[in-house]
Design a protein around this ligand. Structure first.
Ligand code: ZN
Length: 502
């Protein structure tokens, strides 16, 4: 008996997945252990694997197998593994075939140069050398959008690369509803900025002990060190080579507790998502998180909704105190909880708190659309940036380094990426409302250091599906509604209203 078309398709996709995961392993090594002189060879190795994988995936043979396997499985349910495999892989396939190889090559060439220039421009806080490179990148992104195709907004095509099926209009409407609420709240808190003192976070903390404390917490969360590990890197990230091999990294600052502590909880949230994918999806294109926004909803949930909650610190403060008795001698669980939730308008996105974070993202979303649709000349971006900072948070960056040059994303060609961070925040609260209905004593469990019911709920409703459903589909299935800023606004108003006595 000859294998079915579906079996042949699966065998081919299995090999492509192997290539992609091998390439991810090269990338992990590059950011953790690679000696500096190994970089050039590594770039070649990675490009070769990528090329072979891309050629195999976009070949006519893959298309033929997809079509005949689709015929074989035409009667299967929409949410079956097989129908989902074909639906999602077809979407990937058509997207990958739409972009000509020479455009991909040109984007790679232009961005590798732009990244070098950006690094120096940022150090010098000078926009001008970077400007022509960004002009080129924006133009290439317009061409990319034209190839990918869109009906309403050019930005749709770019956003779709990171958040399949999400439309610019939907994001814009949600952000517009959110913006005045956030601006209001930030203003009210800024007037009482001294109500919270976070000095305790900036004392001296032994780095090994910081590492160990983070590991103890994520073990309790359910991170399985038999199926994953943690290492150090300059920029923390999560990667995976199998459902049973998920890696996270962290960075430790001897004079600041937050990067290692909350960073570890954040990456653990990403990792739990990847570890929770149904084993039946292993070695297929469905074996991962469904989108950047959904992924970020998981990391933010464990970092903020759990890790920055009062019940969490009622349980963990005494444990942290045992590790750092001298540093925490003047603290209580309550004062530490407040310190962990200090809000302050600031210039740098990656250091922003829960309340101001969204404004940093909306600013970038608006500017990206203006650049792409030619309403904003690239030379005027720094001024437009500063004007929005003034409007949103009442502060103006003193230098371009603290303004339009701060993020790596544009220099590497990623336009349409930023909104997914804030979509993650919004989705995390939509899910959180539903979780609290389904597990009414959730926060009592957190206060006892118990996270099993929460993790089970997430596995059952989100993680196990891998890439079978888009974020919009998952939201509908789980909450019965589409993207909605309501729960997020309610959460911020209640939590920070109480902390700041508003
Ligand atoms: Zn993240």
């Amino acid at each position: 008996m000859t294998p079915s078309q579906l079996a042949q398709l699966k065998a081919r996709l299995g090999e492509i997945t192997d290539l992609n995961h091998a390439n991810a392993l090269l990338g992990w090594d590059q950011q953790t252990y690679l000696p500096p002189q190994g970089g050039a060879a590594r770039a070649e190795q990675s490009a070769t694997l990528q090329k072979i994988s891309h050629e195999m995936f976009t070949s006519d043979e893959t298309g033929r197998l997809l079509d005949s396997a689709a015929n074989e499985t035409a009667n299967l349910e929409y949410d079956s593994d097989e129908a989902s495999l074909i639906r999602v892989t077809r979407r990937d396939y058509h997207k990958a075939r739409k972009v000509p190889a020479d455009l991909v090559a040109e984007i790679a060439r232009v961005t590798s140069q732009a990244f070098e220039v950006w690094t120096q421009a940022r150090a010098a806080s000078d926009w001008h050398p970077f400007q022509p490179h960004l002009e080129h990148i924006v133009e290439l992104n317009r061409q990319l959008a034209d190839h990918l195709g869109y009906s309403a907004r050019m930005y749709d095509a770019l956003l779709d690369q990171y958040e399949p099926d999400m439309k610019t209009a939907q994001v814009q409407a949600t952000f517009e509803a959110l913006k005045p609420e956030l601006i209001d709240l930030v203003k009210a808190i800024a007037a009482k900025v001294d109500a919270v003192d976070d000095g305790v976070l900036h004392r001296e903390y032994d780095t090994d002990q910081q590492w160990q404390f983070g590991v103890d917490v994520i073990k309790r969360f359910g991170f399985d060190f038999e199926r994953g590990r943690q290492d150090k890197s300059v920029h923390p990230f999560t990667t995976k080579f199998s459902i049973n091999d998920v890696r996270i990294t962290t960075r430790i600052d001897p004079n600041f507790l937050s990067p290692a502590l909350f960073g570890t909880l954040h990456e653990c949230g990403h990792a739990l998502y990847e570890l929770g994918v149904d084993q039946a999806l292993e070695r297929t294109p469905l074996s991962g998180g469904t989108s950047l926004g959904l992924h970020e909803s998981q990391s933010r949930m464990w970092e903020n909704l759990v890790g920055r909650s009062r019940p969490f610190w009622k349980y963990f403060f005494s444990r942290l105190e045992q590790v750092f008795p001298a540093q925490l001698a003047d603290q209580t669980a309550e004062s530490f909880y407040r310190a962990a939730n200090k809000v302050m308008p600031s210039f740098i996105r990656v250091e922003a708190d829960e309340v101001t974070y969204g404004l940093h993202i909306m600013l970038r979303f608006e500017l990206e659309n203006d650049m792409l649709e030619r309403r904003l000349p690239i030379g005027e971006v720094p001024e437009a940036w500063n004007a929005k900072m003034q409007e949103f948070m009442g502060i103006v960056p003193p230098t371009t380094k603290d303004g339009a040059l701060q993020d790596i994303h544009w220099s590497i060609g990623s336009i349409g990426y930023f909104p997914t961070y804030q979509l993650g925040n919004l989705i995390s609260l939509q899910l959180w409302e539903k979780i609290n209905q389904d597990i009414p004593d959730l926060m009592d469990q957190v206060e006892r250091g118990e996270f099993g019911a929460l993790l089970n709920w997430l596995r059952q409703n989100v993680h196990r599906h891998g890439r079978k459903f888009t974020s919009n589909e998952l939201l509908q299935r789980i909450t019965g509604s589409s993207l909605d800023a309501g729960p997020y606004v309610k959460y911020l108003r209640s939590k920070f209203g109480e902390i700041y006595g508003l």
